[in-house]
Design a protein around this ligand. Structure first.
Ligand SMILES: Nc1ncnc2c1ncn2[C@@H]1O[C@H](COP(=O)(O)OP(=O)(O)OP(=O)(O)O)[C@@H](O)[C@H]1O
Ligand SMILES: [Mg+2]
Length: 212
């Protein structure tokens, strides 16, 4: 194989993703030889500075706190190595986003459902629970991107996590729900979900984020 020129090798090592609409910048790097992701929330100039600082630091804090709480409840999430005011350094896992995976097995859908049940039992609602925020790794699914999480046991917040996933995975939702039924209160969450769907209107934190 041809060697890449030095500059581009370097760039590969410290890859920077400038994803459109993304709230944070993601850098791939290493820390003492360990592959890490640096997730940095840079200022958004179009926001009033004080509001912007408050939003960036609160999303960063909620992400760090959720990752710690999820890990404590044995939900597979990246380990945190450092939490600053506006940035996190976390373990970088090899894998593929669920939204890009060619084939996801029923068992993997069930696992993801079970993981959401555990998050909910712990008192975390994710807020953007879609296949774009689940990575399939060789050790199984891993949940990422907790910047819109809320510590809540509210059934409507829980139902919205289910709804976002349901809309993206079609018939595989059946497998996912089988896993989710490990949550003690699963029946009332599903009932709430039906209500939200009938109403056809719900509070999407992601949409609210994009407006702010
Ligand atoms: N721990 C990790 N290991 C490997 N890749 C990761 C990790 N965390 C994030 N990524 C990669 O970076 C991308 C963006 O991360 P994340 O979803 O946390 O950022 P975001 O800016 O909050 O999201 P969005 O793009 O939804 O606005 C992920 O889709 C994934 O490809
Ligand atoms: Mg994301």
């Amino acid at each position: 194989m041809m060697m890449k020129p030095r500059a581009s090798r370097k760039r590969n090592e410290e890859q920077k993703f400038n994803r459109r609409g993304a709230e944070a910048k993601i850098y791939f790097s290493t820390l003492f030889g360990i592959p890490v992701v640096i997730k940095r929330r840079d200022p958004k100039r179009y926001r009033i500075e004080q509001l912007d600082n408050a939003l960036r630091s609160s999303r960063n804090r909620i992400e760090a706190r959720s990752l710690l709480a999820a890990a404590k409840s044995n939900v597979a999430v990246p380990r945190i190595f450092h939490a600053g005011k506006y940035e996190l350094i976390m373990e970088r896992k090899k894998g593929i986003l669920m939204k890009d995976a060619k084939e996801i097995t029923p068992s993997e859908y069930r696992q993801v459902g079970k993981m959401l049940a555990k998050l909910h039992a712990t008192g975390i609602t994710h807020g953007d629970f879609t296949p774009a925020n689940v990575m399939i790794t060789k050790e199984g699914p891993m949940i990422i991107d907790f910047g819109l999480a809320i510590f809540s046991k509210d059934n409507e917040e829980r139902a919205i996590d289910l709804l976002l996933m349901k809309r993206s995975i079609g018939k595989n939702y059946a497998h996912f729900v089988t896993g989710y039924k490990s949550l003690k209160e699963w029946k009332s969450v599903l009932k709430k979900l039906e209500e939200v769907e009938k109403r056809g209107r719900y509070h999407s934190r992601k949409a609210a984020k994009e407006e702010g």
